[in-house]
Write a protein that binds this ligand. Structure first.
Ligand SMILES: [Zn+2]
Length: 277
């Protein structure tokens, strides 16, 4: 996908399944089940798509999927399927891990940053992208290391400590320009330090939603995940940014949607709909 001088390439870490009820919060199953059929364990299929941005000779990766380090239990609970995995997916498009210059993490839930690290030949955890800076909101970093009873299942500290040890961590405070035309914007909502990424220039932009709008099934404003810690903030930010996406005809990237990755948003009567690209 070309967006002006930016090349946008989907690289996949596979798929997994989460509880459909948790994914749609207060929305009844009789409604969400029609477009997201649940399996016998009430789970719906979700993708683990990450975005590779090539611009001005630099390679920027947004999010790193679930990674290869899960033990058997999460594989069973979440039906994690990684036929290729992120590293292989990157190699296939000619950008091996050592060529990544920056990794932007929307937030630090294990399904967004599990591929941050890998085991080296001696069994030590090391960053998967040896030449990259990992760009993370400081608030998110702090919350990952001070979880509460509700949030502790979402973070894996060892995905993160290896980055600090290797000196590859870049903690940021607020909106940040990673490189010309690639900017992170803090939305909060899902977590305190959740950020989306805006790519492009004033004429043509792409919004990487992260977990602000995980799938096209979440465009409708009240369709919010139970995982969100600050749902009213999610509502406000969704409204604001969906309006921008519609009025400026921004390309949109849906990280967890197993069917639609890129789409444009359009207002149709009361609703906003997605037109897949
Ligand atoms: Zn999340």
């Amino acid at each position: 996908m070309l967006l002006g001088e930016f090349e946008l390439i989907t690289v996949s870490d596979g798929t997994f399944r989460l509880d459909g009820g948790a994914m749609f919060g207060v929305v009844p199953k009789s409604i969400w089940d029609k477009i997201n059929p649940a399996d016998p364990r009430n789970r719906i299929l979700l993708s683990l798509n990450c975005l590779l941005i090539r611009a001005a000779g630099k390679n920027i990766l947004i999010d790193t999927g679930i990674g290869s380090r899960c033990d058997e239990k999460p594989y069973e609970i979440y039906e994690i399927t990684r036929s290729a995995g992120l590293e292989e997916s990157l190699r296939k498009v000619g950008t091996p891990p050592e060529k990544i210059d920056s990794v932007i993490l929307t937030h630090l839930h294990f399904d967004h940053c599990g591929g941050n690290t890998r085991f080296d030949s001696k069994g030590n955890l090391v960053p998967s992208f040896p030449n990259a800076k990992y760009i993370i909101q400081r608030k998110e970093w702090e919350d990952a290391f001070n979880p509460n009873e509700r949030t502790k299942g979402s973070y894996r500290e060892d995905d993160l400590l290896a980055l600090e040890r290797a000196g590859q961590l870049k903690l940021i405070d607020g909106d940040f320009e990673v490189s010309p035309g690639v900017r992170t914007v803090v939305t909060g909502g899902h977590t305190r330090g959740h950020q989306i990424v805006i790519i492009g220039n004033a004429k043509k932009r792409c919004i990487f939603w992260g977990d602000l709008i995980p799938t096209t099934g979440h465009i409708n404003v009240p369709y919010i995940m139970s995982y969100d810690l600050y749902p009213l903030e999610t509502i406000a930010e969704k409204k604001k940014w969906e309006e921008v996406a519609v009025s400026e005809k921004c390309l949109c990237y849906f990280e967890h949607d197993p069917r639609v990755t890129f789409a444009y948003l359009e207002r149709k009567g009361k609703h906003i709909i997605a037109n897949p690209v």
